[in-house]
Design a protein. Structure first.
Length: 679
């Protein structure tokens, strides 16, 4: 077999997706980790074997290693993980490349230099002064010691011409200029930034010429940070409406870097220019393009409402995949319990880390059948939370059992310390709800249940993708219940649900219960009704499953931005030791109605999820009166902000800025009760 194909490892990122576009799609294989790539292969370098994942490596002649933890501060904060990703994982891949005689193309950094002289050429001695640079140099040395043919590209700071690229070098300081009264810019940090498209073109041209060695990839103009920003503001005078004061300073006075970064990392481009034919893009022009884009989008933001949710399918590629999937089901004709149902169930069990999963018609159905499968009925009590959707409580009462409400904690989940006070000889189960996507304290809940011989049913309707150090929602209890309606992080296009289990007997009972209690051979073994999942929904979720991780990561990125921007003025849902999927981004404020009205005026839609505690619903008012002070207090404060994956960066910034301005306007942070400076 002819070795003429290229692997791009980490093709879904800022640089990777641009490099990918340079190559003939039939001659490349791309891997991705979090952000799905059509026809790509999911590969997590930290926990997956490269050869097992890719398969036959003999057809490949080159491999471009794009993935890395690239933020030097993140590397310094997470030394163990950054070493795992930037050194150990890459060396393992390189060993496979050597085994199959595949030429490595490695993306290194200007941070391999000490920054003392600048204008570094490829023969200058690399002497890194920060961890990230040392990691890059270690891989450079490893490649040069083990390969005769290789390419190493030392890349300067990378920018783009679009505001949607959050990791672009320019996006960050433009936001800071807009949002702050002062901006510190270093005059002694000098570099020659390069456009992402130019980096991709350099890599493509040099690799296609089968050259070897080290090449610099940097821009043709050098700047200090202060000089570049000053020129930007002069060239785009209308951008700085706040009249942000630009303060000239030394680099080490400007930020909070954990290490002493090199100051002059400019690189000489003579060698590279002699090998490529490129018209390099100008950084100042790129900044102007970003500013123009931001201004146009701001005008749109003030005119168009930002919806709390957006359930439309706007991606033409996904829409095409969905329609093709439906067509396949209609063609094979197995509309009820078709093969896609078992495929969906296998996917859910694998994703949740359980032995089994049973697809059902909705999340409400999942809760109802889970309780029924465990034999919970009249005379039994089920401990649960008062802050949830009615389906949780209804599932208990529709089985004839009694819901017993336990107060919540500040995290809006059931307070595990209060559960033992509600246990009686009638208690048969605990039904915790992972509210907003944040996991309950499941270790403690499971321990209480085990000690008292109780079942645990997780209401994970809002928590698909949430986990505690890799242990997924839906895998802690006896049964886990999921909703896949269109609002969820893993969505169907109607109503769908699933129940996860580790015991075969539960799986068998549930399979019967969803099909009128029958064994599929006409005999009814348990009285039940039809709760089957539609084959078409299962088939469509096969498509959405490919994008759910990307969707969750986008939602988490939005939520992190809100946290960073607003955590000092309102009670934000900050992360704890769990991986929070942020089904909803729910803040707590004292002046909720006033804030809602203000946001409505600014075309920002919000929701209260959920405004009425379960024991106060009309259907349950006649029941026992509960003293739940925390729930009663917090339900008056909760407010959910838009955080869906279709939001643009500008919309996210607009929401956060609008809330910040509201508290600046009122003069008080209602959470911290501190004055916000109006200076």
């Amino acid at each position: 077999m002819k070795k003429n194909q290229t692997i791009i490892i980490g093709a879904s990122g800022f640089l990777g997706k641009r490099i990918m576009k340079k190559y003939d799609s039939e001659k490349i294989l791309c891997t991705y980790n979090e952000n799905y790539i059509e026809n790509g292969i999911k590969f997590n370098a930290t926990n997956m074997d490269f050869e097992e994942t890719i398969g036959d490596l003999s057809r490949y002649s080159k491999a471009i290693l794009v993935f890395a933890m690239q933020n030097p501060n993140h590397c310094a904060k997470n030394i163990e993980y950054s070493n795992l990703l930037n050194i150990i994982s890459i060396k393992k891949i390189l060993n496979y490349l050597k085994k199959y005689d595949i030429k490595p193309i490695f993306l290194s950094s200007e941070f391999v230099f000490d920054g003392k002289k600048g204008n570094y050429n490829e023969k200058d001695k690399a002497q890194p002064v920060i961890l990230y640079g040392s990691q890059k140099l270690e891989i450079e040395n490893y490649i040069q010691s083990n390969f005769k043919k290789y390419l190493i590209f030392r890349i300067s700071k990378v920018f783009s011409s679009t505001n949607e690229d959050n990791v672009s070098h320019f996006s960050g300081f433009l936001k800071n200029i807009e949002q702050n009264d002062e901006f510190y810019a270093a005059y002694d940090q000098i570099y020659n930034p390069i456009h992402a498209e130019d980096v991709a073109e350099i890599i493509f041209q040099i690799s296609e010429k089968n050259l070897n060695g080290i090449f610099n990839a940097a821009g043709l103009k050098s700047y200090s940070r202060y000089e570049l920003i000053k020129k930007t503001l002069q060239k785009n005078s209308k951008f700085n409406k706040k009249n942000t004061k630009l303060i000239k300073c030394k680099f080490y006075e400007a930020g909070n870097n954990l290490e002493k970064w090199p100051l002059n990392t400019t690189m000489n481009m003579d060698k590279t220019i002699s090998k490529v034919d490129i018209k390099f893009k100008n950084p100042e022009d790129a900044i102007s393009e970003i500013i123009k884009e931001r201004n146009n989008q701001k005008i749109k933001l003030t005119k168009n409402k930002i919806p709390f949710r957006d359930l439309s399918v706007t991606d033409s590629k996904i829409k095409k995949e969905l329609l093709n999937t439906v067509d396949k089901v209609l063609t094979h004709g197995r509309i009820i319990n078709g093969p896609e149902v078992s495929e969906f169930e296998k996917y859910i069990s694998r994703k949740c880390g359980t032995k089994y999963a049973v697809g059902v018609s909705s999340g409400s159905t999942a809760l109802y059948l889970a309780l029924k499968a465990l034999g919970i009925g009249p005379g039994d009590e089920v401990i649960t939370t008062p802050l949830t959707w009615a389906a949780t409580t209804n599932a208990i009462t529709e089985n004839g059992a009694k819901p017993v409400f336990v107060d919540i904690g500040q995290d809006l989940n059931i307070n595990v310390d209060l559960i033992k006070n509600s246990l009686t000889n009638k208690t048969k189960a605990i039904l915790p709800v992972h509210f907003t996507g944040r996991l309950c304290k499941m270790k403690e809940i499971v321990a209480i249940a085990k000690k008292n011989n109780l079942f645990v049913i997780e209401d994970a309707a809002q928590a698909y993708g949430s986990h505690l150090k890799g242990k997924m929602s839906g895998s802690f209890g006896d049964l886990g219940c999921f909703s896949m309606n269109p609002m969820k992080n893993f969505e169907s296009y109607g109503d769908s649900g699933a129940i996860t289990a580790n015991k075969e007997k539960f799986k068998n009972i549930l399979t019967k219960l969803r099909h009128c209690g029958t064994d599929q051979k006409q005999d009814c073994l348990i009285p039940s009704l039809n709760y089957r999942i539609d084959t078409i929904q299962a088939a469509m979720m096969k498509v959405t499953s490919k994008y759910s991780d990307k969707k969750i990561n986008r939602i988490r990125a939005i939520s992190k931005y809100y946290n960073d921007k607003l955590k000092n003025i309102i009670d934000c849902p900050l992360e704890d030791d769990t991986f929070h999927s942020y089904y909803s981004y729910t803040i707590k404020v004292n002046d909720r109605k006033s804030l809602i009205d203000y946001l409505n005026q600014k075309n920002i839609e919000t929701k209260i999820q959920h405004p009425i505690l379960m024991m106060n619903l009309t259907a349950y008012k006649k029941n026992k009166k509960y003293h739940l002070p925390t729930a009663n207090r917090l339900v008056k404060k909760i407010l959910s902000l838009p955080n869906h994956d279709k939001m643009t960066n500008q919309q996210v910034e607009y929401v956060a800025d609008t809330i910040y301005k509201y508290y600046k306007k009122t003069g008080t942070s209602v959470f911290l009760r501190k004055k916000i400076s109006k200076k």
